[in-house]
Structures are given as C-alpha cells and as structure tokens.
Design a protein. Sequence first.
Length: 348
Amino acid sequence: MRIESIKLQNFRNIEWAELTLSGRQHFFVGPNAQGKTNLLEAVGLITALRSFRTYQDFSPLIRTGEQEARLHHSRHVFLDGQKLRSWADFLGKFVTVVFASGDRQWVAGAPGLRRKWLDTTISCLDPEYFEALRRYSKALVARNRLLKTKGSADVLQSMDRVMAKDGLVIIQARTQHMHRLAELFLEVYLQLTDGREQAIMAYAPDTQVQSVQELEDLWQKHLSRDFLYGQTQKGPHRDDLVFEINATAVRDFASEGQQRSAVLAMRLAQMRYMHAKLGIAPVLLADDILNELDQTREQRFWSLIPQGTQLLATATELPRSDCVAQLWDVCAGRFDLRALQPIMTAAL
C-alpha cells in the first residue's frame, strides 16, 4: 500500500497544495519553517487520525486567519471488497512510522512517551488491546476523580473489579509484544553500529501481577495512599521501557549520538515488526532527521529501510543517499516538483 496523492487547504502555513506522489521515495527540500514538516504532519493525520506534533489539540493545524482546514486524499481502503468506514475498522490497515528531529525524548524523556509508542504499536496489531486500553484510560480518569473528591471506597472497589480485567490485558499484551520488539531492536542497533555496541530495550512493568485478582488486591492495598495523593499510584499506566547501551542507562549516561541511534533502532524495529505482523509495509515519514546524523549513521539508516517502502522525507539539503527519488522544492507553503531523478552518493 502507498499514498498516491494528497490535497491540503489552510493547513498550518499551507494555503493550498495538491501533490501526486510517483514512485516510492519522496524528498521535500527547503529552508526551515517553509511547510515541509506540515506536509508530513498532514499525512500522519490522515493515516493515523492524529497529529504526531500536537496529539489531541487540532487548533494549531488551521492556517492563521482561517476558520477551518481541509485535507483530501485519494486513498480508499477496502477489506474483502468492503470499504472501511470506522476507526476500529481502520486500525492497522494503513500504518505510518514517524522519524522526527528531537526524537531523543523517546529514550531520554518521560515514561509516558515510551508508553505512547508501545501502545500505538500494539493497537495497530490488536484491536482488543486498543479497546482494553481505551476502557482502562477512561476508567482511570473516573477513579482518579473519585480519589480527589474522597469518594466511596465501596464504589472504588467495584470500579477496580472491572478495571483490573483491562489492566491485565494491557500488561500481558505488552509483555508478549515487547519480547519480539526487543529482539528486533538489538538486531537493528547492531547493524547501525556495525556490531561495536550492545543495546537492550526492555519492558519495565510497574506491577508484577499474574491475575485480575492480584491487580485488584494491589489497588486495595494502596487505597489509602491513592486517597492521599488523589491519583492511582500503581498500575500499567505507570509502566516504562528501559534502554541500555553496553550495560549503561541510555536515559542518563548515553551520548547524543547513542541516543539517536537508539531511537532509530526503536523506530526501525517497530517498522519491521508491523510489516511482519500485518503483511503491510508501513509508510515511513522522516522529518529532518538527516541533519542529526553523521554520514556513517545516515548511510546505515538508509540501508536498513526495506526495499519497496514508501518514504516521505524532509531536509534542508539533498540527502546523502543512493536512490531514485521524486524531489520537491518547498517554500512558504508551496510545493514545486523538481524532478524524479537519481541522488548519488560516494560510497563510504
């Protein structure tokens, strides 16, 4: 599957754009703040139904001075001859993997970022997980509201009984999927560093429970503390992922280059895992990541992208990559097709 065309109207700084995408490799080249990232954001919004920059608040997406923004695309998704209409039907049918400048926060920032990455990955593969996560998140908000208002302990216990079922589904699914994701992460990291460094990505659950009853009992055990803080202190909503390079914590001690390599390995592992599970190659959105890579890392990054993957990449200058690509010049929200031409780079 691939994106064939996209139309945008009043999207951030883009008043109007209509692009026909030919081939598999597409590079959008121009100075900063001209609209390159905005285009990738629009593609991500269409394919994932959310922005990889603002997440839930769509108001910044509308061009200044306008009341609405419109995105049109020519892709239709059918399954066994039936057109998909709902979000549940859409989930996992057309996936994108985003590489963006500043992504080091995925390994060095708050745990919520890493949970979001893992939840997005699993949700594309497992609709039951997505529904369990949605119910759990909604119940967690309600539980925390009761804790803050010093609500009834009996009501909380009743809520916990239902909430624990979804909590266990989340924990078990994360454990299962992370096993293979961790293997792929190590595999990719070794390729990125030519085997010079060992790296691990591991699931760090907040709670070690094996049953619904154990999770329910855990919440009851910590109920007094939860009332004190006005929020649920234990549970899968506090899970994390840990990263190590040569037995050293990436978050605290790794260099910026090592952190960037860890993020690349994380995303490439995600892409390989989704491809293997879904039988569909994700569309790769690479937003200005080339400026953060030295030539060796950049060459290895390109070599690890599976052949036939559709790539939409932004840069301030032409990439150091041996490929035939569709090139677009970007200026002030305008996209001008330059050529479909080879981009040649001297071998390392």
